[in-house]
Structure formats: structure tokens, C-alpha cells
Write a protein that binds this ligand. Structure first.
Ligand SMILES: [Zn+2]
Length: 55
């Protein structure tokens, strides 16, 4: 892990990989980025090499 966290902007629907939380969207300046790190961590798209139950 690189220590990046993932945030989705409700305004432009862009997902950002950031080292820490930002208060505003870097792209459209909308407030309220939603952290989706946990959601992505449980997604097979990002954890394809880790089979369930092998942690
Ligand atoms: Zn945005």
C-alpha cells in the first residue's frame, strides 16, 4: 500500500487518490469529498490478487 486514500466528488463524480483528506475537490472545488477507501478495498477490482480468507 502507498498510503493513499480514495475520495469521490459528488459534484463531478471524479475519484481522487490522495495522501490525505481534502476539504474541497481539486477539480471542481465542490465541498464534501466522500472517502471511499474502505469501499474500494473490498472491491475485487482492486484486490484481485487477494482471495477472500487469505489475509
Ligand atoms: Zn469535483
Amino acid at each position: 500500500m502507498l498510503g493513499l486514500r480514495y475520495f469521490a466528488c459528488a459534484g463531478c463524480e471524479t475519484v481522487f487518490a490522495l495522501p490525505e483528506a481534502e476539504s474541497r475537490c481539486p477539480r471542481c472545488d465542490a465541498a464534501g469529498l466522500e472517502e471511499i477507501t474502505d469501499r474500494l478495498d473490498g472491491d475485487v477490482y482492486f484486490t484481485r490478487s487477494t482471495a477472500p480468507g487469505t489475509r
